[in-house]
Design a protein around this ligand. Sequence first.
Ligand code: ZN
Ligand code: ZN
Length: 230
Amino acid sequence: MIVDYHMHLRAPDESIDHTVEAAERFVAVAAERGVDEIGFTEHVYYFEQTRHLWSMPYHLERCVYDIEPYVGAVLEAKRRGHPIKLGIEVDYEPGREEETADALAPYPWDYVLGSIHFLDGLGIDAVPSLVDSVGPEAAWSRYYETLASAARSGLFDSLAHPDLIKFHGEEIDWGDFVCVEGGEVVRQIAAGEESTVDFWVEGFDAAVENLGETGDLGDGEGRNSGFSEC
Ligand SMILES: [Zn+2]
Ligand SMILES: [Zn+2]
């Protein structure tokens, strides 16, 4: 069975389109491409119901949509019998685990993806970037330590794009950083040695090997390579 459980519900012009019609467009393309089931995972920071979680302008500027049409559109598409799951992509905010859980609680998610796009006010795959600020090795450690905390938090069913830090640029040989402790913790969690969390992996070939892979119909480009969302 082929699935893609990381998608952002958009119109053809990439604008937000939280409608049943948009969901059905994705279903049609998935069917054309031989994908059996898809899951929508809108960024949680687009929803005004989560505004209290955010402090960065990047999030606050986008936090203007009502969550109800999104949830309603995906549930209606499911009700019509389409092979769809209702998910959400949630930025992990260390120290705000309880508020995050409370914000998610009212809705019938099939699964919750955890992500780290920003740390310490700096972008992982956006500028100004954590890598530029503290250097690749410190950034790698900080990223994977926090990703391990996200896995331990119990908030998420899966962690999205755990290799996002590699999107900083091709000039860095990230292969030098595979042995950093944070990456090892994540590997242990993924392997079931420390905790239980499922990983969907998109091109994650450096720090964590042998976890499986997934394709992607949706996005996947880094923020610093054209502002596609991931
Ligand atoms: Zn993402
Ligand atoms: Zn995403």
